[in-house]
Each structure stands twice: as C-alpha cells, then as structure tokens.
Design a protein around this ligand. Structure first.
Ligand code: PEP
Length: 244
C-alpha cells in the first residue's frame, strides 16, 4: 500500500472553468515543492478533460484527477449519466457513495457496490464513502455494515484496490452544526475498518482544514483525507498538503 498521505479535494458543484484552471495550475505548481504526498483533485465532470490536458504538460507525479461520481450502469439509455468506461484514461480515482448522493439522490449501498465493480473493471480506484448520520454507541457497527454491503462481492486483492473513506455525516461542513470528529475518534473507527478490511487504505473526511489535518494523518489507521469546503481555496488546500 502507498504510505504517502492521499489528500482528495472534492470541489463539488463549484468553480467556473476559469477558476478551475487557475486553481488547478496553482495547486500543480505548489505541489512541485511538496514531496511524500498524493493530491487528487475532483472537479465537476465537465472540467475533467481540460484539467487532464493541463495535468499532462510538465506532469507532477504527486497530482491526479478524480471524478465525483459515476453511473452504476455500464452503458445505454441513462440520460445525464457518465459511465466508468467514459472516465477510463481521464481519471485515476472516483468518489462513490458520497453522503450527498445518498441524501439527495437516494444512492443505496447496492448501487455504490455496482459503481465500485465498474470502476475496478475500468482500472479506476474507487473512493467509497461510508459514515453514520448520527454519532452513537452503534456508529462503528453501522459504518462497518455499510462497508460490508459495498465490498461484499470483492475478493481480497480487489478489496485492496478500493479506498474506503470514513465520512461521518455529522462532521461534514455542509450540515448544520457540523463538528469535525476528533483525530482519536476517527482513528478508532478507521482501525475497526482496517481490522475488517486489512490492507484497504482508509481516509477520513469531515470539516478537515489546514489546522486540523495533522490530527488525522498522525493516526496509523488513517491514510489521508477527503476535503470539501477547505479544498475550494487553493492556498488553503496547499497548506493542508504541506501540513498533512
Ligand atoms: C465532503 O463533503 O466530502 C467533505 C469532506 O466536506 P467538508 O470537508 O466540507 O466537510
């Protein structure tokens, strides 16, 4: 498993093409001076091709592109959808099962599972989000149960090709009264996931910024972070990468 922290920027439905290009270039240039890290930028689908062109010129090995979602169908009459095959050779990573897809579009663990399988078939690393809505004594059980539903068809080598991201919904900054999990708590859940899925890389996501990133990356069980709002400012994102 790659030991460098993997820091994923989820830009969600933000940025014009001009901002996306400018910010991507700034991150790319800044990364030249930051070793031992891998940064994945997940812009809107429509900015992937132009950013992939920029990534190719004087490519920086610490930088990769990711998609924010993919269809759970292989191909066909699915208006508005984008298939894993279409993303092949354009992205290295793809987020699936994000809590906003679950909350707003009803994505089920079965659909996330289908997405994971299609991504692996197309040599794209899935970043599968798992997390509980409300923190309780049952949280760890709940999170492991979601992960089991998503990964259940996969043999051990395929499981190792998947990244799991522990994203407690109560910690995601777009939710009212969101609070980041403590490093200790996130580390505990990540350890439980690692025990269940050995050799699968585990990330943490939820209100991560340049001030708290280290709290998470010092945890042995946490291999990096998924960052939403703090990734929108390229200076702040570079600071997260430096501090990780
Ligand atoms: C997210 O939505 O994946 C996320 C981690 O958001 P934020 O960092 O803004 O909490």
């Amino acid at each position: 498993m790659d030991q460098h922290p993997l820091i994923v920027a989820n830009w969600k439905m933000n940025k014009t093409i001009a901002d996306a290009v400018l910010d991507f270039e700034m991150i790319k240039n800044g990364l030249e001076n930051i070793d031992d890290i891998k940064a994945v930028i997940c812009p809107s689908y429509v900015w992937l091709a132009p950013l992939a062109e920029i990534a190719k010129t004087h490519s920086v090995r610490q930088l990769a592109l990711g998609a924010q979602n993919v269809s759970n169908e292989e191909k066909g009459a699915f208006t508005g959808e984008v298939s894993a095959q279409m993303l092949k050779n354009l992205v290295e990573y793809c987020i699936v099962g994000h809590s906003e897809q679950v909350a707003h579009f009803g994505e089920s663990p079965e659909q996330t599972r289908a997405k994971v399988n299609l991504l692996l078939k197309n040599q794209i690393t899935p970043i599968a989000c798992v997390g509980e809505n409300v923190k309780s004594d049952n949280s760890i059980f709940e999170v492991i149960n979601i992960a089991k539903q998503i990964l259940k068809d996969l043999a051990a080598p395929q499981r190792r090709a998947v990244i799991l991201c522990y994203e407690p919904v109560w910690a995601i900054s777009s939710n009212p009264n969101a609070q980041p999990a403590t490093g200790g708590y996130a580390g505990k859940v990540a350890r439980a996931l690692s025990k269940e899925f050995p050799a699968t890389k585990i990330l943490y996501g939820g209100s991560v910024d340049s001030k708290n990133i280290r709290e998470f990356t010092v945890q042995d069980s946490i291999g990096g972070a998924l960052v939403g709002s703090a990734s929108l400012d390229p200076k702040e994102f570079l600071e997260i990468l430096r501090n990780a």
